[in-house]
Design a protein around this ligand. Structure first.
Ligand code: ADP
Length: 541
Protein backbone atom coordinates (compact mmCIF):
# COMPACT_ATOMS: atom_id res chain seq x y z
CA UNK A 1 0.00 0.00 0.00
CA UNK A 2 1.35 3.42 -0.93
CA UNK A 3 1.22 6.38 1.43
CA UNK A 4 -1.29 9.05 0.59
CA UNK A 5 0.92 12.08 0.83
CA UNK A 6 1.78 14.62 -1.88
CA UNK A 7 4.66 13.65 -4.06
CA UNK A 8 6.71 16.80 -4.48
CA UNK A 9 10.11 16.23 -6.05
CA UNK A 10 13.06 17.65 -4.07
CA UNK A 11 14.23 20.39 -6.44
CA UNK A 12 16.84 23.14 -6.20
CA UNK A 13 14.34 25.63 -7.67
CA UNK A 14 12.15 25.04 -4.59
CA UNK A 15 14.97 26.32 -2.37
CA UNK A 16 15.22 29.70 -4.09
CA UNK A 17 11.41 29.97 -4.34
CA UNK A 18 11.23 29.37 -0.60
CA UNK A 19 13.92 31.92 0.24
CA UNK A 20 12.19 34.50 -1.95
CA UNK A 21 8.77 33.91 -0.41
CA UNK A 22 9.65 33.54 3.26
CA UNK A 23 12.94 35.45 3.60
CA UNK A 24 12.61 38.02 0.86
CA UNK A 25 14.56 40.76 2.61
CA UNK A 26 17.27 38.38 3.89
CA UNK A 27 20.60 39.89 2.89
CA UNK A 28 23.26 38.59 0.50
CA UNK A 29 26.49 40.57 0.72
CA UNK A 30 29.40 40.04 -1.67
CA UNK A 31 32.87 41.44 -1.92
CA UNK A 32 33.18 41.85 -5.67
CA UNK A 33 36.13 41.25 -7.94
CA UNK A 34 35.72 44.96 -8.78
CA UNK A 35 36.77 45.62 -5.14
CA UNK A 36 33.55 47.14 -3.83
CA UNK A 37 30.79 45.54 -1.72
CA UNK A 38 27.51 44.48 -3.31
CA UNK A 39 24.34 44.03 -1.28
CA UNK A 40 20.96 42.69 -2.22
CA UNK A 41 18.31 40.25 -0.96
CA UNK A 42 17.06 36.72 -1.51
CA UNK A 43 14.18 38.24 -3.54
CA UNK A 44 16.71 39.93 -5.84
CA UNK A 45 18.72 36.71 -6.21
CA UNK A 46 15.57 34.77 -7.09
CA UNK A 47 14.47 37.33 -9.66
CA UNK A 48 17.85 37.44 -11.37
CA UNK A 49 18.14 33.63 -11.34
CA UNK A 50 14.93 33.49 -13.36
CA UNK A 51 16.23 36.11 -15.79
CA UNK A 52 19.33 33.96 -16.14
CA UNK A 53 17.16 30.92 -16.94
CA UNK A 54 15.61 32.93 -19.81
CA UNK A 55 19.10 33.95 -20.94
CA UNK A 56 20.11 30.26 -21.08
CA UNK A 57 16.99 29.49 -23.12
CA UNK A 58 17.97 32.29 -25.51
CA UNK A 59 21.37 30.73 -26.25
CA UNK A 60 19.75 27.31 -26.50
CA UNK A 61 21.57 25.41 -23.78
CA UNK A 62 19.49 22.25 -23.66
CA UNK A 63 18.27 20.40 -20.54
CA UNK A 64 21.07 18.38 -19.00
CA UNK A 65 23.82 20.32 -20.78
CA UNK A 66 26.65 21.72 -18.71
CA UNK A 67 27.39 25.36 -17.95
CA UNK A 68 30.87 25.85 -16.53
CA UNK A 69 31.94 28.47 -14.00
CA UNK A 70 35.37 29.86 -13.13
CA UNK A 71 34.32 32.16 -10.33
CA UNK A 72 34.86 33.29 -6.76
CA UNK A 73 32.17 33.23 -4.10
CA UNK A 74 29.72 35.98 -5.00
CA UNK A 75 26.12 36.82 -5.86
CA UNK A 76 26.41 36.17 -9.59
CA UNK A 77 27.82 32.72 -8.89
CA UNK A 78 24.85 32.14 -6.57
CA UNK A 79 22.46 33.10 -9.37
CA UNK A 80 24.22 30.58 -11.62
CA UNK A 81 23.72 27.89 -8.94
CA UNK A 82 19.96 28.48 -9.06
CA UNK A 83 19.33 29.66 -12.62
CA UNK A 84 21.34 26.88 -14.27
CA UNK A 85 20.20 23.94 -12.10
CA UNK A 86 16.67 25.25 -11.50
CA UNK A 87 16.02 25.36 -15.24
CA UNK A 88 17.25 21.79 -15.74
CA UNK A 89 20.83 22.37 -16.84
CA UNK A 90 23.91 21.25 -14.92
CA UNK A 91 26.22 23.73 -13.22
CA UNK A 92 29.82 22.67 -13.51
CA UNK A 93 32.02 24.57 -11.05
CA UNK A 94 35.71 24.53 -12.01
CA UNK A 95 38.66 25.14 -9.73
CA UNK A 96 40.54 28.11 -11.25
CA UNK A 97 43.68 27.23 -9.31
CA UNK A 98 44.27 24.22 -11.54
CA UNK A 99 46.74 24.57 -14.40
CA UNK A 100 45.20 26.07 -17.59
CA UNK A 101 45.69 22.80 -19.50
CA UNK A 102 43.88 20.90 -16.72
CA UNK A 103 41.03 23.44 -16.86
CA UNK A 104 40.75 23.03 -20.64
CA UNK A 105 40.81 19.24 -20.25
CA UNK A 106 37.98 19.40 -17.70
CA UNK A 107 35.86 21.79 -19.81
CA UNK A 108 36.21 19.49 -22.81
CA UNK A 109 35.53 16.33 -20.82
CA UNK A 110 32.38 17.88 -19.33
CA UNK A 111 31.42 19.27 -22.77
CA UNK A 112 30.50 22.62 -21.28
CA UNK A 113 28.32 24.65 -23.67
CA UNK A 114 28.85 27.98 -21.98
CA UNK A 115 31.53 29.15 -19.59
CA UNK A 116 30.94 31.95 -17.07
CA UNK A 117 34.04 33.53 -15.54
CA UNK A 118 35.08 36.30 -13.18
CA UNK A 119 37.29 38.91 -14.80
CA UNK A 120 40.18 37.76 -12.59
CA UNK A 121 40.29 34.67 -14.78
CA UNK A 122 40.26 36.44 -18.15
CA UNK A 123 43.95 35.53 -18.75
CA UNK A 124 43.12 31.83 -18.20
CA UNK A 125 40.21 32.05 -20.63
CA UNK A 126 42.37 33.86 -23.18
CA UNK A 127 44.87 31.04 -22.92
CA UNK A 128 42.42 28.16 -23.29
CA UNK A 129 39.43 29.31 -25.36
CA UNK A 130 40.90 28.06 -28.64
CA UNK A 131 41.33 24.60 -27.11
CA UNK A 132 37.70 24.32 -26.01
CA UNK A 133 35.73 24.03 -29.26
CA UNK A 134 32.48 22.90 -27.61
CA UNK A 135 32.06 26.12 -25.62
CA UNK A 136 29.66 28.26 -27.66
CA UNK A 137 29.58 31.26 -25.34
CA UNK A 138 32.14 32.80 -23.00
CA UNK A 139 30.35 34.93 -20.43
CA UNK A 140 32.27 37.47 -18.36
CA UNK A 141 30.67 38.05 -14.96
CA UNK A 142 30.64 41.85 -15.23
CA UNK A 143 28.74 44.85 -16.58
CA UNK A 144 28.64 45.38 -20.34
CA UNK A 145 30.87 48.45 -20.17
CA UNK A 146 33.65 46.47 -18.45
CA UNK A 147 33.92 43.96 -21.24
CA UNK A 148 37.36 44.17 -22.87
CA UNK A 149 37.14 45.07 -26.55
CA UNK A 150 40.34 43.37 -27.64
CA UNK A 151 40.19 40.10 -25.69
CA UNK A 152 40.62 37.96 -28.79
CA UNK A 153 37.75 35.72 -27.60
CA UNK A 154 34.95 35.14 -30.09
CA UNK A 155 31.44 34.93 -28.59
CA UNK A 156 32.39 36.89 -25.49
CA UNK A 157 29.42 38.55 -23.77
CA UNK A 158 28.91 40.22 -20.42
CA UNK A 159 26.66 38.54 -17.88
CA UNK A 160 24.83 41.75 -17.08
CA UNK A 161 23.95 42.55 -20.69
CA UNK A 162 23.06 38.89 -21.26
CA UNK A 163 20.40 38.78 -18.52
CA UNK A 164 19.29 42.45 -18.68
CA UNK A 165 15.70 43.06 -19.71
CA UNK A 166 14.73 39.37 -19.62
CA UNK A 167 11.32 38.57 -18.11
CA UNK A 168 11.43 38.20 -14.32
CA UNK A 169 8.88 35.37 -14.26
CA UNK A 170 9.97 31.85 -15.24
CA UNK A 171 8.15 28.55 -14.80
CA UNK A 172 10.79 26.27 -13.26
CA UNK A 173 10.36 22.81 -14.81
CA UNK A 174 8.97 20.10 -12.52
CA UNK A 175 11.95 17.79 -12.98
CA UNK A 176 12.41 14.26 -11.76
CA UNK A 177 14.28 14.81 -8.50
CA UNK A 178 17.05 12.46 -9.67
CA UNK A 179 17.88 14.81 -12.57
CA UNK A 180 21.53 15.91 -12.59
CA UNK A 181 22.00 19.40 -11.13
CA UNK A 182 25.70 19.99 -10.54
CA UNK A 183 29.10 18.65 -11.36
CA UNK A 184 32.45 18.83 -9.63
CA UNK A 185 35.76 17.23 -10.60
CA UNK A 186 38.02 15.71 -7.98
CA UNK A 187 41.40 17.39 -7.88
CA UNK A 188 42.94 14.35 -9.50
CA UNK A 189 45.98 13.92 -7.30
CA UNK A 190 46.29 10.54 -9.03
CA UNK A 191 45.51 10.20 -12.74
CA UNK A 192 43.02 12.36 -14.64
CA UNK A 193 40.31 14.08 -12.63
CA UNK A 194 36.94 12.35 -12.44
CA UNK A 195 33.59 14.07 -11.96
CA UNK A 196 30.93 13.64 -9.31
CA UNK A 197 27.50 14.40 -10.77
CA UNK A 198 25.06 15.60 -8.10
CA UNK A 199 21.29 15.41 -8.43
CA UNK A 200 18.53 17.72 -7.21
CA UNK A 201 17.54 15.09 -4.67
CA UNK A 202 21.06 14.54 -3.33
CA UNK A 203 21.65 18.30 -3.12
CA UNK A 204 18.44 19.08 -1.24
CA UNK A 205 18.87 16.16 1.17
CA UNK A 206 22.46 17.23 1.80
CA UNK A 207 21.26 20.79 2.52
CA UNK A 208 18.83 19.43 5.13
CA UNK A 209 21.64 17.42 6.67
CA UNK A 210 24.14 20.25 7.02
CA UNK A 211 21.51 22.56 8.50
CA UNK A 212 20.77 20.15 11.38
CA UNK A 213 21.70 21.33 14.90
CA UNK A 214 24.47 18.76 15.30
CA UNK A 215 25.82 19.58 11.82
CA UNK A 216 26.37 23.26 11.09
CA UNK A 217 23.22 24.17 13.03
CA UNK A 218 22.05 26.83 10.56
CA UNK A 219 19.08 29.09 11.19
CA UNK A 220 17.41 32.23 9.84
CA UNK A 221 19.25 34.18 12.56
CA UNK A 222 22.69 33.24 11.22
CA UNK A 223 24.97 35.24 8.98
CA UNK A 224 26.98 32.60 7.14
CA UNK A 225 30.34 33.16 5.50
CA UNK A 226 31.47 30.36 3.20
CA UNK A 227 35.20 30.99 2.86
CA UNK A 228 35.45 27.57 1.25
CA UNK A 229 35.09 28.28 -2.47
CA UNK A 230 31.93 27.66 -4.45
CA UNK A 231 34.18 25.73 -6.87
CA UNK A 232 35.15 23.36 -4.07
CA UNK A 233 32.26 20.90 -3.65
CA UNK A 234 29.64 23.68 -3.81
CA UNK A 235 31.12 25.56 -0.86
CA UNK A 236 30.19 22.46 1.16
CA UNK A 237 26.50 23.00 0.31
CA UNK A 238 26.19 26.35 2.10
CA UNK A 239 24.58 28.22 -0.83
CA UNK A 240 21.73 25.67 -0.80
CA UNK A 241 21.34 25.32 2.96
CA UNK A 242 21.36 29.12 3.37
CA UNK A 243 18.31 29.40 1.09
CA UNK A 244 16.65 26.52 2.95
CA UNK A 245 16.92 28.30 6.31
CA UNK A 246 16.83 31.86 4.94
CA UNK A 247 19.99 33.07 6.65
CA UNK A 248 22.13 36.01 5.61
CA UNK A 249 24.91 35.01 3.21
CA UNK A 250 28.26 36.77 3.09
CA UNK A 251 30.60 36.11 0.16
CA UNK A 252 34.33 36.93 0.40
CA UNK A 253 35.04 37.18 -3.35
CA UNK A 254 38.73 36.78 -4.10
CA UNK A 255 40.00 38.23 -0.78
CA UNK A 256 40.83 35.20 1.37
CA UNK A 257 43.77 36.61 3.37
CA UNK A 258 43.50 36.87 7.16
CA UNK A 259 42.95 40.64 7.24
CA UNK A 260 40.17 40.67 4.61
CA UNK A 261 38.36 37.69 6.12
CA UNK A 262 38.56 39.23 9.60
CA UNK A 263 37.23 42.59 8.43
CA UNK A 264 34.36 40.93 6.57
CA UNK A 265 33.42 38.82 9.61
CA UNK A 266 33.30 41.93 11.78
CA UNK A 267 31.60 44.27 9.30
CA UNK A 268 28.79 41.83 8.46
CA UNK A 269 28.20 40.28 11.88
CA UNK A 270 29.10 36.82 10.64
CA UNK A 271 28.02 34.09 13.10
CA UNK A 272 29.25 30.99 11.26
CA UNK A 273 32.16 30.63 8.82
CA UNK A 274 33.40 27.59 6.92
CA UNK A 275 36.85 26.84 5.51
CA UNK A 276 39.94 24.66 5.26
CA UNK A 277 42.63 24.81 8.00
CA UNK A 278 45.06 26.92 5.90
CA UNK A 279 42.49 29.75 5.70
CA UNK A 280 41.94 29.71 9.47
CA UNK A 281 45.69 29.64 10.04
CA UNK A 282 45.99 32.92 8.09
CA UNK A 283 43.10 34.44 10.04
CA UNK A 284 44.45 33.42 13.46
CA UNK A 285 47.95 34.66 12.60
CA UNK A 286 46.52 38.05 11.61
CA UNK A 287 44.42 38.24 14.78
CA UNK A 288 47.28 37.33 17.09
CA UNK A 289 49.67 39.81 15.44
CA UNK A 290 47.13 42.63 15.80
CA UNK A 291 45.55 41.59 19.14
CA UNK A 292 42.06 41.43 17.61
CA UNK A 293 38.85 39.92 18.99
CA UNK A 294 35.68 38.59 17.34
CA UNK A 295 32.34 40.33 17.70
CA UNK A 296 29.44 38.16 16.57
CA UNK A 297 31.23 35.01 15.39
CA UNK A 298 30.00 31.90 17.20
CA UNK A 299 31.35 28.93 15.28
CA UNK A 300 33.75 27.88 12.56
CA UNK A 301 33.39 24.76 10.47
CA UNK A 302 36.81 23.31 9.68
CA UNK A 303 37.20 20.55 7.13
CA UNK A 304 38.87 19.46 3.93
CA UNK A 305 41.97 18.47 5.92
CA UNK A 306 42.54 17.59 9.57
CA UNK A 307 42.08 20.55 11.89
CA UNK A 308 45.22 20.69 14.05
CA UNK A 309 44.32 20.44 17.77
CA UNK A 310 46.28 23.64 18.42
CA UNK A 311 43.87 25.44 16.08
CA UNK A 312 40.78 23.95 17.76
CA UNK A 313 42.20 25.00 21.13
CA UNK A 314 43.01 28.55 20.04
CA UNK A 315 39.54 29.13 18.60
CA UNK A 316 37.85 27.77 21.71
CA UNK A 317 40.09 28.93 24.53
CA UNK A 318 41.45 32.23 23.23
CA UNK A 319 38.39 33.43 21.34
CA UNK A 320 35.42 31.47 22.72
CA UNK A 321 34.50 30.16 19.25
CA UNK A 322 32.94 26.72 18.82
CA UNK A 323 34.84 24.57 16.31
CA UNK A 324 32.94 22.06 14.22
CA UNK A 325 35.43 19.65 12.74
CA UNK A 326 33.89 18.08 9.64
CA UNK A 327 34.92 15.41 7.19
CA UNK A 328 33.89 14.91 3.60
CA UNK A 329 35.00 14.70 0.00
CA UNK A 330 33.88 15.66 -3.49
CA UNK A 331 32.29 12.23 -3.87
CA UNK A 332 30.21 12.73 -0.68
CA UNK A 333 28.65 16.14 -1.56
CA UNK A 334 30.72 16.66 0.77
CA UNK A 335 29.49 16.29 4.35
CA UNK A 336 29.86 12.83 5.87
CA UNK A 337 30.54 13.56 9.52
CA UNK A 338 30.67 16.49 11.92
CA UNK A 339 32.17 16.44 15.38
CA UNK A 340 29.68 17.59 17.99
CA UNK A 341 29.82 16.06 21.44
CA UNK A 342 27.11 14.07 23.14
CA UNK A 343 25.66 14.95 26.53
CA UNK A 344 27.79 12.44 28.38
CA UNK A 345 30.99 14.04 27.06
CA UNK A 346 30.30 17.46 28.48
CA UNK A 347 31.42 16.47 31.98
CA UNK A 348 34.76 15.10 30.73
CA UNK A 349 37.96 17.01 31.61
CA UNK A 350 39.07 19.56 29.00
CA UNK A 351 41.91 17.43 27.61
CA UNK A 352 39.57 14.45 27.12
CA UNK A 353 37.10 16.71 25.34
CA UNK A 354 39.85 18.05 23.07
CA UNK A 355 40.78 14.48 22.13
CA UNK A 356 37.19 13.97 20.99
CA UNK A 357 36.96 17.30 19.18
CA UNK A 358 40.06 16.38 17.16
CA UNK A 359 38.08 13.52 15.64
CA UNK A 360 36.14 14.04 12.43
CA UNK A 361 32.98 13.14 14.29
CA UNK A 362 29.75 11.25 13.98
CA UNK A 363 27.89 10.44 10.78
CA UNK A 364 25.00 12.79 10.07
CA UNK A 365 21.68 11.07 9.42
CA UNK A 366 21.66 9.72 5.86
CA UNK A 367 25.27 8.60 6.03
CA UNK A 368 26.41 5.18 7.11
CA UNK A 369 30.10 4.50 7.76
CA UNK A 370 32.27 1.50 8.42
CA UNK A 371 35.94 0.64 8.48
CA UNK A 372 37.24 -2.55 6.90
CA UNK A 373 40.43 -4.60 7.04
CA UNK A 374 42.50 -5.44 3.93
CA UNK A 375 40.16 -8.39 3.23
CA UNK A 376 37.13 -6.12 3.23
CA UNK A 377 35.80 -7.40 6.57
CA UNK A 378 34.23 -4.84 8.87
CA UNK A 379 36.29 -3.88 11.93
CA UNK A 380 34.22 -3.56 15.09
CA UNK A 381 33.83 -0.07 16.63
CA UNK A 382 35.89 0.80 19.68
CA UNK A 383 38.82 -1.55 19.09
CA UNK A 384 41.23 1.31 18.27
CA UNK A 385 42.23 -0.56 15.12
CA UNK A 386 42.19 1.53 11.96
CA UNK A 387 40.94 0.44 8.57
CA UNK A 388 39.75 1.71 5.19
CA UNK A 389 36.77 4.01 5.56
CA UNK A 390 33.69 3.08 3.51
CA UNK A 391 30.51 5.20 3.31
CA UNK A 392 27.06 4.98 1.76
CA UNK A 393 23.97 7.16 1.60
CA UNK A 394 21.71 9.22 -0.68
CA UNK A 395 24.31 11.95 -1.33
CA UNK A 396 27.26 9.60 -1.85
CA UNK A 397 28.54 8.99 -5.37
CA UNK A 398 27.37 5.77 -7.06
CA UNK A 399 29.40 6.14 -10.24
CA UNK A 400 31.68 8.74 -11.81
CA UNK A 401 30.51 10.82 -14.80
CA UNK A 402 30.80 8.81 -18.03
CA UNK A 403 31.46 5.69 -15.96
CA UNK A 404 35.10 6.74 -15.66
CA UNK A 405 37.20 4.28 -13.65
CA UNK A 406 34.52 1.56 -13.70
CA UNK A 407 32.30 0.68 -10.74
CA UNK A 408 33.77 2.43 -7.70
CA UNK A 409 31.54 0.69 -5.14
CA UNK A 410 32.33 -2.38 -3.03
CA UNK A 411 29.14 -4.16 -2.09
CA UNK A 412 27.18 -0.90 -2.26
CA UNK A 413 29.72 1.09 -0.22
CA UNK A 414 32.01 3.84 -1.49
CA UNK A 415 35.66 3.30 -0.48
CA UNK A 416 36.90 6.76 0.48
CA UNK A 417 40.65 6.19 0.26
CA UNK A 418 40.90 7.39 3.85
CA UNK A 419 42.13 5.35 6.78
CA UNK A 420 40.18 5.83 10.01
CA UNK A 421 39.22 4.51 13.41
CA UNK A 422 35.67 4.50 14.78
CA UNK A 423 35.25 4.60 18.58
CA UNK A 424 32.56 2.89 20.62
CA UNK A 425 30.27 5.94 20.29
CA UNK A 426 30.65 6.03 16.50
CA UNK A 427 33.09 8.97 16.41
CA UNK A 428 35.25 8.54 13.34
CA UNK A 429 38.83 9.75 13.22
CA UNK A 430 40.86 9.98 10.04
CA UNK A 431 44.38 8.74 10.68
CA UNK A 432 45.58 9.09 7.11
CA UNK A 433 44.84 8.85 3.45
CA UNK A 434 45.55 5.38 2.12
CA UNK A 435 48.37 6.69 -0.03
CA UNK A 436 49.95 8.76 2.78
CA UNK A 437 50.12 6.08 5.46
CA UNK A 438 53.69 5.39 6.54
CA UNK A 439 54.50 1.71 6.90
CA UNK A 440 57.41 1.18 9.25
CA UNK A 441 58.45 -2.36 10.08
CA UNK A 442 54.97 -3.70 9.37
CA UNK A 443 53.33 -1.10 11.64
CA UNK A 444 51.40 1.95 10.44
CA UNK A 445 52.32 5.45 11.47
CA UNK A 446 49.70 8.17 11.09
CA UNK A 447 51.15 11.16 9.26
CA UNK A 448 48.38 13.33 10.73
CA UNK A 449 49.50 12.51 14.32
CA UNK A 450 53.07 13.47 13.50
CA UNK A 451 51.96 16.72 11.85
CA UNK A 452 49.67 17.67 14.72
CA UNK A 453 52.50 17.41 17.24
CA UNK A 454 54.79 19.60 15.14
CA UNK A 455 51.97 22.13 14.69
CA UNK A 456 51.56 22.33 18.45
CA UNK A 457 55.15 23.63 18.73
CA UNK A 458 55.02 27.42 19.09
CA UNK A 459 57.63 28.02 16.37
CA UNK A 460 56.00 25.91 13.65
CA UNK A 461 53.63 27.42 11.08
CA UNK A 462 53.05 24.33 8.93
CA UNK A 463 54.12 20.68 8.98
CA UNK A 464 53.86 17.79 6.55
CA UNK A 465 54.91 14.25 7.38
CA UNK A 466 55.87 11.78 4.65
CA UNK A 467 57.49 8.37 4.59
CA UNK A 468 60.97 7.90 3.14
CA UNK A 469 62.24 4.54 1.84
CA UNK A 470 64.33 2.71 4.43
CA UNK A 471 66.35 -0.50 3.82
CA UNK A 472 65.32 -2.14 7.07
CA UNK A 473 61.94 -0.65 8.03
CA UNK A 474 60.47 -0.15 4.51
CA UNK A 475 59.66 3.45 5.35
CA UNK A 476 60.51 5.93 8.06
CA UNK A 477 58.67 9.21 8.72
CA UNK A 478 60.27 12.60 8.29
CA UNK A 479 58.57 15.90 8.97
CA UNK A 480 58.92 18.89 6.65
CA UNK A 481 58.24 22.14 8.47
CA UNK A 482 57.87 25.86 7.85
CA UNK A 483 59.00 27.99 10.78
CA UNK A 484 56.92 31.04 11.77
CA UNK A 485 58.53 34.38 10.85
CA UNK A 486 60.81 35.62 13.65
CA UNK A 487 60.85 32.23 15.44
CA UNK A 488 63.60 29.65 15.72
CA UNK A 489 63.74 25.95 16.42
CA UNK A 490 66.47 23.40 15.75
CA UNK A 491 66.09 19.87 14.43
CA UNK A 492 67.05 18.47 17.84
CA UNK A 493 64.59 20.70 19.71
CA UNK A 494 61.71 19.69 17.46
CA UNK A 495 62.52 15.98 17.68
CA UNK A 496 62.77 16.29 21.48
CA UNK A 497 59.28 17.83 21.39
CA UNK A 498 57.93 14.41 20.33
CA UNK A 499 59.19 12.75 23.52
CA UNK A 500 56.30 11.41 25.58
CA UNK A 501 53.77 12.35 22.87
CA UNK A 502 54.27 9.31 20.60
CA UNK A 503 56.14 6.03 20.89
CA UNK A 504 59.84 6.29 20.08
CA UNK A 505 59.51 4.26 16.88
CA UNK A 506 56.83 6.66 15.63
CA UNK A 507 59.03 9.73 16.13
CA UNK A 508 60.23 11.16 12.80
CA UNK A 509 63.80 10.32 11.82
CA UNK A 510 64.49 13.82 10.60
CA UNK A 511 63.22 17.37 10.22
CA UNK A 512 63.46 19.16 6.88
CA UNK A 513 63.17 22.93 7.08
CA UNK A 514 61.41 24.51 4.09
CA UNK A 515 60.32 28.00 3.00
CA UNK A 516 56.90 26.65 2.02
CA UNK A 517 55.01 23.38 1.80
CA UNK A 518 53.49 22.94 -1.67
CA UNK A 519 49.72 23.45 -1.62
CA UNK A 520 47.22 21.94 -4.06
CA UNK A 521 44.40 23.71 -5.86
CA UNK A 522 42.08 23.49 -2.85
CA UNK A 523 44.62 24.85 -0.38
CA UNK A 524 45.58 21.48 1.05
CA UNK A 525 49.13 20.28 1.41
CA UNK A 526 50.18 18.49 -1.77
CA UNK A 527 52.28 15.57 -0.60
CA UNK A 528 52.88 14.23 -4.12
CA UNK A 529 54.66 17.49 -4.94
CA UNK A 530 56.51 17.46 -1.62
CA UNK A 531 57.78 13.93 -2.32
CA UNK A 532 58.93 15.12 -5.73
CA UNK A 533 60.77 18.09 -4.18
CA UNK A 534 62.49 15.77 -1.73
CA UNK A 535 63.32 13.01 -4.21
CA UNK A 536 67.07 13.39 -3.66
CA UNK A 537 66.69 13.50 0.10
CA UNK A 538 68.51 10.77 2.08
CA UNK A 539 67.57 9.67 5.60
CA UNK A 540 70.31 10.27 8.19
CA UNK A 541 72.40 7.12 8.64
P1 ADP B 1 40.89 15.68 -3.01
O1 ADP B 1 40.70 14.22 -2.73
O2 ADP B 1 41.26 15.95 -4.38
O3 ADP B 1 41.71 16.40 -1.97
P2 ADP B 1 38.46 16.45 -1.78
O4 ADP B 1 38.32 17.88 -1.58
O5 ADP B 1 37.30 15.67 -2.18
O6 ADP B 1 39.47 16.31 -2.90
O7 ADP B 1 39.18 15.86 -0.51
C1 ADP B 1 38.65 14.83 0.24
C2 ADP B 1 39.68 14.33 1.20
O8 ADP B 1 40.12 15.35 2.08
C3 ADP B 1 39.18 13.24 2.10
O9 ADP B 1 39.18 12.01 1.46
C4 ADP B 1 40.17 13.33 3.26
O10 ADP B 1 41.37 12.65 2.95
C5 ADP B 1 40.47 14.78 3.34
N1 ADP B 1 39.68 15.39 4.42
C6 ADP B 1 38.53 16.08 4.31
N2 ADP B 1 38.13 16.52 5.51
C7 ADP B 1 39.03 16.11 6.41
C8 ADP B 1 39.19 16.23 7.83
N3 ADP B 1 38.34 16.91 8.58
N4 ADP B 1 40.26 15.64 8.40
C9 ADP B 1 41.16 14.95 7.67
N5 ADP B 1 41.07 14.81 6.35
C10 ADP B 1 40.03 15.37 5.71
Amino acid sequence: MLGLMQNHPLLISALIDFAERYHRDGEIVSRRVEGDMHRYTWADAARRSRQLAHALDAIEVRPGERVGTLAWNGYRHLELYYGVSGSGRVIHTINPRLLPEQIAWIINHAEDQALCFDMTFLPIVQGIHKHCPAVRHWIALCDGDRLPQDSGIANLISYESWIAGRPTAYAWPRLDENTASGMCYTSGTTGNPKAALYSHRSTVLHAYAIALPDSMGLSARDAALPVVPMFHVNAWGMPYAAAMVGCKLVFPGPALDGKSVYELIEAEGVTVATGVPTVWQMLLTHMAANKLRFGALQRTVIGGAAAPPAMIDTFRNDYGIEVLHAWGMTETSPIGSVCTLQNKHLSLPADEQLKLRMKQGRAVFGIDMKIVDPNGNEIAWGTGVSGDLYVRGPWILASYYKGEGGDPLRGGWFPTGDVATIDADGFMQITDRTKDVIKSGGEWISSIDIENIAMAHPAIAMAACIGMPHPKWDERPIVAVVVKPGQEVTREQLLAFYEGKVAKWQTPDDVVFMDAIPLGATGKMLKTKLREQLKDYKLPA
